[in-house]
Ligand binder design. Structure first.
Ligand code: MN
Ligand code: MN
Length: 297
């Protein structure tokens, strides 16, 4: 059985994740500056007593994931944009990870419906020790029933304290793996559907980074930045913008150096290879003593 204090923190992170996701959906309108949306999400997270588990991922149309606004981002949401809002909260390192997709200024389309229903089907099968491939099959079947493709190289994952991705990978299509889910702790399930072929590739752009390993660095600013990252974000992803807001534009060069030296890891912006439109829904689940709780519902 899980420690009751830890369980309380997982649940609180889930509740805050749900609140910021729904709030972000409610303020995403034609003409909204993406940068303002990100800042509103971060402000709300802090008001609710949590920290971001990772930068708000605000990915539009064929961008599947890992886009978060630059410090001087000029992107405006436009009528008809398919916006993925993927957010998470950290309560003392206990995390949530949840996403919803909206059509800006429009109605829910099949692309969104298929993904939402795939997540519902997957959650019905998720229990301690369940076969991962059964969940993958349910997601694939539902999305294909809409004549859409699941994105095969993205999927759900385990969560641990200060670790957004840990342990099992829950593919969005059948892999014939015999792996099973953990019996205690947190996982995230996240179907992605697309009008394209169903595969994401790295684009050259990077807005999100993470501590890779402790390294010595010669530059004084580099050391200050690393110390800040280690104390503020630990092993949780952070955005370039947060570092620029704290240390100035000059820090972008230092971040590059720290990546080259192996201290930091980069998450490239992911785009669908055929430029298909992409939709995503995600919930965090907690397994404790045989019980399944969707913490972000
Ligand atoms: Mn997510
Ligand atoms: Mn996730």
């Amino acid at each position: 059985m899980m420690d009751p204090t830890e369980k309380e923190k997982w649940l609180e992170a889930g509740k805050i994740g749900k609140t910021i996701r729904d709030y972000a959906v409610s303020i995403s309108k034609p003409g909204t500056l993406l940068l303002d949306l990100a800042k509103e999400i971060e402000k709300k997270t802090s008001e609710l007593g949590a920290k971001p588990a990772f930068p708000p991922n605000l990915s539009i149309n064929q961008i599947a994931a890992h886009y978060t606004p630059k410090y001087n981002d000029k992107t405006l949401l436009q009528e008809g944009d398919v916006l993925k809002i993927d957010v998470g909260a950290s309560v003392d390192g206990f995390l949530s990870d949840t996403a919803a997709t909206v059509v800006i200024g429009g109605e829910e389309i099949d692309l969104l419906k298929a993904t939402r229903e795939a997540l519902e089907e997957a959650i019905k099968l998720a229990r301690p020790g369940a076969k991962v491939d059964d969940i993958s099959r349910a997601i694939e079947t539902k999305i294909k029933s809409y004549n859409l493709s699941p994105i095969v190289n993205l999927g759900g994952h385990g969560l641990n304290r200060y670790e957004v991705h840990e342990g099992e990978f829950i593919a969005n299509s059948v892999t014939n793996s015999s792996k099973t889910l953990r019996v205690e702790g947190a996982i995230a399930i996240e179907p992605f559907a697309t009008t394209g072929g169903g595969y994401v590739i790295d684009s050259p752009e990077v807005q999100i980074l993470m501590l890779e390993r402790h390294k010595q660095t010669r530059s004084r600013l580099g050391r200050q930045i690393l110390e800040f990252i280690e104390s503020e974000y630990k092993t949780m992803p952070f955005s370039k913008r947060w570092i620029v807001e704290k240390f100035g534009v000059i820090s972008e060069i230092e971040l590059k150096n720290l990546v080259r030296e192996g201290a930091l890891y980069e998450f490239n912006v992911l785009k669908e290879k055929d430029n298909g439109l992409v939709s995503q829904f995600e919930h965090t689940l907690l397994f404790d003593n045989g019980e399944v709780i969707v913490t972000t519902l």
